[in-house]
Design a protein. Structure first.
Ligand code: NAD
Ligand code: ZN
Length: 254
């Protein structure tokens, strides 16, 4: 479908939200760009600057593990200081009034939790970069702990103090298995909703991009909010091709 102007789009979204009983927001990097965290695919996005490190590469060499942590700490200022944006706050408001039972996200920035959504109600498909885990025994490590050892050793990625396994941010890297429990929860939510909001995702990464399609096929209304067009725009009930913060700000107070 063609995207209406901003005001019309917001009005139609308001009607769809009012008429829905279970709204599932599905968010991507675009909801966090106004918080100072760049997305991957926009011009100037992270991928135009460096290739991601695959899971296999991380496992294969100490150099790649060191490099992976070096990059993570270089991004700490952006991630560590980021506060929820208008999109996060609008979804948190809809959550508080019971419209949104849970949020499904591809983001790893912890900003939905920071906006007031209970951690259990944020379904993270790609994990979380604000803490780390041991790949062997799943022990949790805070980034401060990793950084102290990284700095003290001249930039060497530390190992798990209980089992010696590799410690990695709790994110899903390319080539790493998707978290099964989160995928199942996302699927159940998608099939139980009557309104699905795809927000700030280019919808090209499979299997995440399959959820909007699944919702639509199951009879839910599909809304896509993204400033660039996506391949699913043609099957959406409403496309808002505008800035996310601007489109969602009116939903912060309701
Ligand atoms: P993407 O980079 O593929 O797509 C982001 C989309 O958001 C783009 O189409 C862009 O046009 C749009 N966008 C950006 N800012 C916007 C704004 N203010 N208003 C409206 N639209 C805006 O992101 P993706 O599809 O989510 O996939 C990339 C993967 O990389 C994610 O799954 C995630 O795991 C990871 N990632 C996460 C973060 C984060 O946690 N904040 C940031 C970068 C990448
Ligand atoms: Zn361990």
């Amino acid at each position: 479908m063609t995207a209406p102007d901003l005001e019309t789009g917001i009005g139609r979204l308001r009607d769809l939200v009012a008429g829905a009983s279970r709204v599932v927001p599905f968010t991507g990097a675009g909801i966090s760009t106004e918080c100072g965290i760049p997305d991957f695919r926009s011009p100037g996005g992270i991928w135009t600057k460096m290739q991601p490190i695959s899971f296999d590469a991380f496992l294969a060499s100490q150099e790649m593990r060191d490099e992976s942590w070096r990059r993570r700490f270089a991004m700490q200022d952006q991630f560590g200081q980021a506060q929820p944006g208008r999109g996060h706050l609008a979804l948190a408001a809809l959550y508080r009034v019971g419209k949104v039972p849970r949020v499904v996200t591809q983001n790893i920035d912890n900003l939905h939790q920071a906006s007031g959504i209970a951690p259990d109600d944020v379904v993270e498909l790609h994990g979380n970069t604000t803490y780390a885990t041991c790949l062997d025994c799943a022990a949790r490590y805070e980034l401060r702990w990793v950084r102290e050892r990284f700095d003290a050793s001249g930039g060497r990625a530390p190992e798990c103090s209980s089992c010696g396994g590799y410690i990695k941010t709790a994110t899903v890297s390319f080539g790493q298995a998707m978290p099964e429990a989160a995928m199942h929860r996302a699927q159940r939510l998608t099939l139980a909703c009557d309104l699905f909001l795809a927000i700030g995702s280019s919808l090209v990464v499979w299997p995440a991009a399959g959820f909007p399609l699944m919702a639509k096929r199951n009879g839910a209304a599909l809304v896509i909010i993204n400033r660039e067009s996506t391949e699913l725009d043609q099957i959406a009930d409403l496309v808002i091709r505008e800035d996310i913060g601007t489109a969602l700000a009116p939903f912060t107070a309701n």
